[in-house]
Design a protein around this ligand. Structure first.
Ligand SMILES: Nc1nc2c(ncn2[C@@H]2O[C@H](COP(=O)(O)OP(=O)(O)OP(=O)(O)O)[C@@H](O)[C@H]2O)c(=O)[nH]1
Length: 271
């Protein structure tokens, strides 16, 4: 079996680094091996421990200072720099033949919803470093209790799925923060609901002029299997263990599929 890489994505503060740490601890507890690769050049120094760290190649602060770019431009620059220096990644990652490498991604979701940089890194990991990859996308449970935010989060998760073309697992993080019965009941509708229930619950809260849009979005996320979100409490090994078993399932399934030709030479029809 090739090495498994788990990309951990989601908006800023969604709990990505906490999940990476919880996942690695759990994997080690059950006698398997894993390391964290930090891909966030803006990660706070000293907050979490990483085995491989993009900040050893380039840091956001240095780029902002030296090139006088803003935070978003600097982040894109850092990733372009990584792409030009993939041999650095090869060297850092090459020596870890562990079962899992967990990639902690930045919280700027445009990196995995529309800028084609991360797909290039992914293709390199798959084709040059023989990784079997899986994407996890975190949304904060307290944030998505509100149906309009759930739709917004589910659509951003879907655009990452479409851009990256990886086996994809959605996660609702910080479930322990949902304490009252009312909010728990509301959230249950999003963990695995049918599209009618989803549209109805959105219609209860939103302006009636959006009701057709609500049912179109609810059917869309259902058609793409995007409505299933696995609950996560970073301090609860049981929830982490369930997510790991999904990671195992989807990566094994992906390995059993025929390898696909890279889609970088799309031929345009002359007409
Ligand atoms: N209650 C609770 N808090 C959590 C959980 N997971 C993360 N947090 C807290 O949420 C905050 C953000 O967590 P991080 O893991 O740093 O989030 P992140 O997505 O890596 O953040 P960025 O790197 O800034 O994008 C921290 O204060 C964590 O302690 C959880 O499952 N439950």
């Amino acid at each position: 079996m090739s090495r498994v890489g788990v990309l951990v994505m989601g908006p800023a503060g969604a709990g990505k680094s906490s999940f990476c740490n919880a996942l690695v601890s759990h994997i080690q507890t059950i006698g398997r091996r894993a390391h964290i690769v930090n891909l966030d050049p803006a990660a706070e120094p000293g907050q979490y421990e990483f085995t491989v760290d993009i900040r050893n190649l380039i840091s956001l602060d240095d780029v902002m200072e030296e090139l006088e770019l803003g935070p978003n431009g600097s982040l894109v620059y850092c990733f372009e720099y990584l792409l030009e220096n993939l041999d650095w990644l090869d060297e850092e990652v090459g020596e870890y033949n562990d079962e899992f490498l967990i990639f902690d991604c930045p919280g700027q979701i445009e990196l995995y919803t529309h800028i084609p940089i991360l797909p290039a890194v992914i293709r390199h990991l798959q084709t040059q470093l023989n990784f079997s990859l899986c994407a996890t996308y975190l949304l904060e449970a307290p944030f998505v209790v509100d149906p309009s935010k759930f739709f917004s989060g589910a659509l951003s998760a879907m655009s990452a799925m479409i851009l990256l073309e990886l086996p994809h697992i959605n996660v609702l993080s910080k479930m322990d923060q949902i304490k009252d019965d009312y909010s728990r009941k509301r959230l249950k509708r999003f963990l695995n609901p049918d599209p009618t229930v989803l549209a109805e619950s959105a219609n209860e809260d939103l302006n009636p002029k959006f009701s057709r849009l609500n049912s179109v979005i609810a059917n869309l996320v259902d058609d793409y299997g995007m409505v299933q979100f696995l609950p996560l409490e970073a301090n609860n090994p049981e929830s982490v263990s369930t997510i790991l078993s999904y990671i195992d399932d989807v990566t094994q399934w992906a390995e059993s599929q025929e390898p696909k030709e890279p889609n970088d030479q799309i031929e345009l029809d002359d007409e």
